[in-house]
Every structure is written in structure tokens, then in C-alpha cells.
Write a protein that binds this ligand. Structure first.
Ligand code: AMP
Length: 178
């Protein structure tokens, strides 16, 4: 399936979670067998082309795509989690949201020094989450140069912000607006 066919499988829910936001809902994409498989294949081709040794994904929708890409490539997956979920020693990073802040955590032993990690997530909006994940993975010793997303909201400028931090960004589908 082409990216345009995949776009048609994404449902837009207006005013969720608050007025003015057009929520790009992947539930309808991942519920479509051929659409899910094609999304994973596209992302895995991109990750292979840049020599990924492991995939990292952010909780929760990044786990769906990231883990499947890792399986498709036969490589490992690194979960970047919401706070308080991991049982062993963790490292964490706080980052700003539009209102308030959030935190990501990971097990620093889940990557080796210099290991080439590619970040995968469902959607890039402001880029805050992905920038924080890249910082955290680098703090753990990984080499992080690439981030892949199913959906880009280019009007929010997140991909450009990621590029400004030295990450190369590739996305499958664009949507105008927030
Ligand atoms: P950000 O840190 O702003 O790039 O946003 C990161 C996460 O917020 C994405 O991975 C999505 O899961 C979620 N998100 C933000 N905006 C939207 C939207 N318009 N539709 C669906 N998910 C969104």
C-alpha cells in the first residue's frame, strides 16, 4: 500500500483531547491488516537503510510500531517508558509540554555504547517527546541519528526542531494543521 492509501486509513477525530485539536487516530490503521503490515514494512525499509542495530519506541503508540519494525528486521527493541514502570535501575529525562511537563525513563543497560538506535513513533507533533527520547538514549551511550514516524504534522514544526538537534527525520504521511 502507498502512503496515500495509508493516509486514508487514519481516522481524524475533531476536538480530542481538547477543542481545536484534530486527533489523528491510528486505531483504524492498525486494525487494518494490510495497512498495518505496509506501515511496518515502509518503516523497516527506512530503518534498514540507515543501519539500525536496535529500534527504540516511546510508550505507548511507539511500542506498537517500534516493536513490529524490530521484529520485521530481526533486531532488538528498547522501550522508552512513562515514569515508574521499569523495575530495575533507570535513567530519566523531564521535558516541557505545552502545559506542564512530562518524563520518560529507560533502562540504561538496554543499549550498548555506540549502538546505532533508530527511534520509531506513531506521530510527530511538536517534537518534544522525540527530542527527549533521543537525549535519554544518548545519555545511555547509544548513537542516535535517525527518527521515523508514521505521521507528521508539519505545521507544528516538530520535524524541523528534531533536524536542528542533528537528527535525520523521515515520515510516511503528512497532515495539515494541528
Ligand atoms: P510531540 O511531543 O508534541 O511531538 O507529541 C508526541 C505524541 O503526542 C505523539 O507521539 C502522539 O502520540 C501524540 N499526539 C500529539 N498530537 C497529536 C494529534 N494531533 N493526533 C494524535 N496524536 C497526537
Amino acid at each position: 500500500m502507498t502512503p496515500d492509501e495509508l493516509r486514508a486509513l487514519i481516522r481524524t477525530v475533531p476536538d480530542f483531547p481538547k477543542p481545536g485539536i484534530q486527533f489523528r487516530d491510528i486505531t483504524t490503521l492498525i486494525g487494518h491488516g494490510a495497512g498495518l503490515a505496509a506501515s511496518i514494512r515502509h518503516l523497516a525499509e527506512m530503518a534498514s537503510a540507515v543501519g539500525a542495530q536496535k529500534i527504540a519506541g516511546m510508550e505507548a503508540r511507539g511500542f506498537i510500531f517500534g516493536a513490529a519494525v524490530a521484529v520485521e528486521m530481526g533486531i532488538g527493541f528498547v522501550p522508552v517508558r512513562k515514569p515508574g514502570k521499569l523495575p530495575a535501575e533507570t535513567i530519566g529525562i523531564d521535558y516541557a509540554l505545552e502545559y506542564g511537563s512530562d518524563r520518560l525513563e529507560m533502562d540504561p543497560t538496554s543499549v550498548s555504547s555506540g549502538e546505532k538506535i533508530v527511534i520509531v513513533d506513531d506521530l510527530i507533533a511538536t517534537g518534544g517527546t522525540a527530542i527527549a527520547a533521543a537525549r535519554l538514549l544518548r545519555q545511555a551511550g547509544a548513537s542516535v541519528d535517525h527518527a521515523l514516524f508514521v505521521i507528521d504534522l508539519p505545521d507544528l514544526g516538530g520535524a524541523d526542531k528534531l533536524r536542528a538537534t542533528g537528527l535525520q527525520v523521515r515520515t510516511l504521511i503528512d497532515f495539515d494543521g494541528e
